[in-house]
Design a protein around this ligand. Structure first.
Ligand code: 3HC
Length: 288
């Protein structure tokens, strides 16, 4: 399929990544259906999109009026309905292989035969995910970063059976939504970005676990010395401490105690109001 033939997109999942991807794709002019398994998940995701569009409009960073972007977004909890008539599916469901297999097997049944089937997984093997599809050559990784509306890069990942046409059309699609794609030709755990980011996050977590630095010191060091927009702990709060936890588990890594403590306490970051920092009084971390 050529990128010009893509008109309708389905995003499976309305969580942080799912609703962010839906927003970005609708902002670029595509018709999008966002699907999750429960009404409340879909409603929360839709409200987050509304909030984000208003913010972008306030700052004059939106080409269309928020209501015009929203008019291109449909929501549903019905998978069959969501994908029946689409050219591209972006799966952004929780990071469990069994669940992904169920979804890609359902997609083989319900999505059009020539639709591209992309996964936003950050920690699972594309080759293993695509093995559940009737036609694995149409399955590709399309990995966005959090928050999708602000982050420019998207990794386009080949699984063992992904064909060039699928990867090239996905690459062109990413460009068409105003993002910068890179190919990841080897389906290595963590792809490129998380492979490099992982040790950075891990080292900081071990230093704090071993009482060698505080959370604020480690973050301040990276922000003020390296010029990063966020330190490793603030970033962990943004992406979700549980997400990083599962990524490490999936890679067979030892979990630093500070991460285990936060997961056990269900203090998972911004989404729960508390993580390494407290967000109950609003977002933002002062490193001074
Ligand atoms: N939509 C619209 N506005 C948003 C928003 C969103 N989704 N998220 C935040 N904002 C708003 C805030 O409310 C705030 O508004 P205000 O000024 O009115 O209070 C404003 O944007 C924040 O602006 P700032 O000037 O504070 O921040 P920047 O815009 O300069 O940067 C950032 C924000 C882009 C998140 C930046 O801090 C950053 O790049 N952080 C690092 C993020 C990162 O590395 N992400 C990748 C994580 S790894 C990953 O995702 C992999 C995955 O597999 C887990």
């Amino acid at each position: 399929m050529d990128v010009d033939e893509i008109e309708r997109v389905a995003v499976l999942g309305a969580g942080n990544m799912g609703h962010g991807i839906t927003e970005v794709v609708a902002m670029a002019g595509y018709q999008v259906t966002m699907r999750d398994i429960k009404d409340e998940f879909v409603e929360d995701g839709y409200e987050s999109i509304q909030w984000s569009l208003e913010k972008l409009a306030e700052k004059d960073r939106l080409d269309d009026a928020p209501e015009d972007v929203l008019a291109r977004i449909d929501t549903t909890t019905d998978l069959e309905e969501a994908v029946a008539d689409v050219d591209l599916v972006v799966e952004a469901a929780p990071e469990q292989m069994e669940l992904k297999h169920d979804i890609f097997s359902d997609l083989s049944e319900y999505a059009p035969e020539d639709a591209i089937l992309a996964t936003n997984t950050s920690s699972l093997s594309i080759s293993e995910i695509q093995s559940a599809a009737d036609d694995p050559s149409r399955v590709v990784g399309m990995h966005f970063f959090n928050p999708p509306v602000k982050m420019d890069l998207v990794e386009v990942i080949y699984g063992e059976d992904t064909d060039d046409e699928t990867a090239e059309t996905t690459y062109a699609f990413v460009e068409s939504i105003g993002k910068t794609p890179i190919y990841v030709r080897k389906d290595v755990n963590g792809f490129v970005v998380n492979s490099v980011l992982g040790p950075f996050m891990d080292e900081a977590a071990w230093m704090v676990s071993n009482d060698e630095a505080t959370i604020r010191e480690a973050d301040a060091a990276m922000v003020h010395e390296r010029g990063y927009p966020m330190g490793p702990f603030e970033l962990g709060d943004l992406t979700g401490i549980d997400v990083g936890y599962h990524v490490r588990k999936e890679a067979g890594k030892e979990i630093p105690p500070i991460i285990q403590e936060k997961v056990d306490a269900e203090e998972l970051g911004r989404k729960t109001g508390k993580g390494y920092y407290d967000y109950e009084d609003g977002p933002g971390v002062d490193y001074e």
